[in-house]
Design a protein around this ligand. Structure first.
Ligand code: GLN
Length: 474
């Protein structure tokens, strides 16, 4: 199970070599065994998963599901609603909050026949790069327990890399799928903004939030993506497109982003990306360096825009409608204040304060509107570069997974997102896949970015990179 993929488990299920119940039981026992030490799960849906697995075995109608996920155990990040399950978003604010409905991505997994086994740990409301800002403790990196799994989809990455489940869903606003998969040596996709419904995903920064798959291989990732992609009447930002993974016949033009290969990038990471470029060249691709100086303003623009939106989105957690309600408050003002002070952690409070500051009448133009301008300039720059290149290559993270507690200041944590936020601002799809390990055996991730809705091409390249063919239909 530990090394097994969605693809191989699906084949074994169809061939009758393993039952869905046996597979689910194995996952649950791994979660129990490893969950304690790794902190990957916030809740386990044991009863529900076992009864879904029994129902599956009683009637394994693969034609009805027509999905590679039929009978496959999957975990879901704890900011996605799963009806009847607790949805904490990694926050004390939502401790014990039971989701009243399924997120569209979750509903699609169910319709594909997947077995939902649990909700995974995360930085509170998705705000963090290391997983250490969860109110329930950080998830460990399964490859080295003294290191972080990465954030904010820390538990989903740790659960897949540690072998508890073959696939999981994460969410990616500024890198939260891509960073933890890079740190854990696995694969993650940030979809094009609007390709996967955000309905039922707790909003952090609505203009950049996405839901994406986390798996061990690129092929598996495409299989999960195929199950969750699609337009949804409940998400007004959805756009429809036909997803398929093409056969790459002509040389793809790959540009290596110069600005994301220099300042702040470790020597070993740079070397890994260079080696990946050589590998793509040896696979027949045209690889060269490309300069996108506009990426330089990305970090500041991302943190100002995302904090502004977060301060507005999180205003709903006021102790009145739902969420933590403080006791012994003299009036409504005190109730708001105390509930928020007690319910939110330090990073979330910092973002709310920053967001309110940049949205203040006297500051809006200097900070918020200027950041929107940086975003527009960056989008135009990517559009210009994509006239000459099909795909862009860069590191996913500047360095390997930090040790627990090593990231001391917010600035240090924000700097980790250097290579992931440009794509978020531009609404572009980006695939992170493993590209070797350091001397210490820690994985390094590389990132492939394409035009909007080029997920199929990114997967095709990723599958070639990991040594497979794209002939089997996805
Ligand atoms: N690390 C980034 C942040 O803290 C990204 C988080 C995310 O993508 N949800 O905002």
């Amino acid at each position: 199970m530990k090394q097994q993929t969605v693809y191989s488990l699906g084949r074994a299920l169809r061939a009758g070599e393993i039952s869905c119940l046996a597979l689910t039981e194995e996952c649950l026992s791994r979660i129990k065994k490893e969950g304690g030490t790794q902190g990957a799960f916030l809740s386990v849906l044991e009863e529900e998963a076992l009864s879904a697995a029994r129902a599956f075995d009683a009637c394994p109608d693969y034609e009805k599901w027509s999905s590679a996920l039929a009978g496959i155990p999957v975990a879901v990040k704890d900011n996605l609603m799963l009806k009847g399950a607790v949805c904490t978003c990694g926050s004390r604010m939502l401790a014990g909050f039971v989701a009243p409905y399924d997120a569209t991505a979750v509903e699609k997994l169910k319709r594909a026949g997947a077995i939902l086994v649990g909700k995974t740990n995360m930085d509170e409301f998705g705000m963090g790069s290391t997983g250490e800002h969860s109110a329930y403790g950080a998830a460990c990196n399964p490859l080295d327990h003294s290191r972080v799994a990465g954030g904010s989809s820390s538990g989903s990455a740790a659960a897949v890399a540690g072998g508890s489940v073959p696939a999981a869903l994460g969410s990616d606003t500024g890198g939260s799928v891509r960073l933890p998969v890079a740190y854990c040596g696995i694969v993650g996709m940030r979809p094009t903004y609007g390709a996967v419904s955000r309905y039922g995903l707790t909003a952090f920064c609505s203009s950049m939030d996405t839901v994406g798959p986390i798996t061990k291989t690129v092929r598996d990732n495409a299989l999960v993506y195929a199950a969750i992609v699609g337009i949804d009447p409940n998400d007004a930002t959805g756009l429809s497109f036909d997803f398929s993974v093409p056969n790459v016949r002509h040389p793809i033009r790959i540009g290596v982003i110069e600005e994301l290969m220099t300042d702040g990038i470790s020597e070993e990471v740079r070397h890994a990306v260079q080696q990946a470029s050589e590998r793509f060249a040896s696979l027949g691709m045209l690889v060269e360096s490309v300069s996108i100086p506009e990426t330089k303003g990305s970090l500041s623009a991302y943190y100002l825009i995302s904090s502004a939106e977060a301060s507005s989105n999180l205003a709903r957690f006021d102790g009145v409608r739902y969420g933590h309600r403080a006791k012994d408050c003299a009036d409504l003002g005190a109730l708001y204040e105390k509930s928020k002070s007690e319910g939110f952690g330090s990073e979330v409070k910092r973002r709310i304060m920053l967001g309110n500051y940049v949205l203040k009448k006297e500051n809006k133009e200097a900070y918020y509107e200027r950041s929107l301008l940086v975003k527009r300039i960056l989008r135009d720059a990517f559009a210009r570069v994509f006239e000459s290149y099909d795909v862009l290559l860069c590191p996913t993270a500047p360095d390997i997974a930090p040790r627990m507690g090593a990231i001391q200041t917010p600035e240090q944590m924000y700097a980790i997102d250097l290579c992931t936020v440009p794509m978020s601002l531009a609404g572009l799809p980006a695939l992170s896949l493993p590209a070797g390990v350091t001397k210490d055996g820690m994985p390094i991730g590389i990132q492939l970015t394409g035009k909007a809705f080029s997920e199929g091409l990114l997967y095709a390249l990723g599958i070639l990179y990991e040594g497979g063919g794209t002939d089997d239909a996805i």
